[in-house]
Ligand binder design. Sequence first.
Ligand code: ATP
Ligand code: MG
Length: 245
Amino acid sequence: MSEHIGAASDTLTIEGLSGGYDRFDVIHDIAFRVGAGEAVALLGPNGAGKTTVLRAIMGLLPRRRGRIEIEGSDIAGLPTRRIARGLVGLVPEGRRLFTGQSVEDNLRLGGMHVRRDTARTQELLQSVFDLFPVVERYRAREATALSGGEQQMVAIGRMMMSDPALMLLDEPSLGLAPLAIQDLTKALQRLRGQNRSILLVEQRVDMALEVCDRVYVLSEGRIVDEGRAADIGAEGRALIDAYLG
Ligand SMILES: Nc1ncnc2c1ncn2[C@@H]1O[C@H](COP(=O)(O)OP(=O)(O)OP(=O)(O)O)[C@@H](O)[C@H]1O
Ligand SMILES: [Mg+2]
């Protein structure tokens, strides 16, 4: 796969990012970028440090060093509540929808910081419903009563409601049936088609290559390979599969 690919305007730039939870670093000197309107995949096996990288971006990692920039501004010192307000949106591993709340309430809770702007809230709700008709159809139902695939779409919609510059998705395909993964892939392709900046963490290489422009491979807390999705032939696939075990 090719060397570093540069571009003028980046939504996310990470340089020299290291960090961890206790005394030991679990991510080491990480550097990568997501261009404006680009969908980028971060692939890696269990325990590689994918979620840890996302936690670092959200300001949730107890210990970290390095630069994290959103649209050219360093966010490494900002509190999570500030980062979540329109800078970065996260669809967490396992979705974590609010139980006992309707689909629509879940969506509105994602847009708390714009709630007083009812016109903007309506606009954001409409953009979610346009992308996921099933979410609109079930807007009054209890969110956690939906199927896994439907819940994932609600979780993505809730993230969209925060109107973020960068969208992070942590293994959205996890635990879904093959048909639901197909629907999710199509939905993510539509999201990508709207020129959103997306960082998709996945273990499903096939899905990531269908959705993303570029991929990075994370192994044992280090970026070990990168390339354009369109350039990754059978040889590149075999290499990625080898890293993913
Ligand atoms: N809260 C925590 N406290 C201490 N160590 C942690 C914590 N969370 C993760 N780790 C460790 O950090 C390393 C990276 O974990 P991380 O969750 O980032 O991996 P991952 O690539 O997201 O894996 P998976 O695909 O299983 O979700 C692992 O060794 C893990 O045990
Ligand atoms: Mg993870």
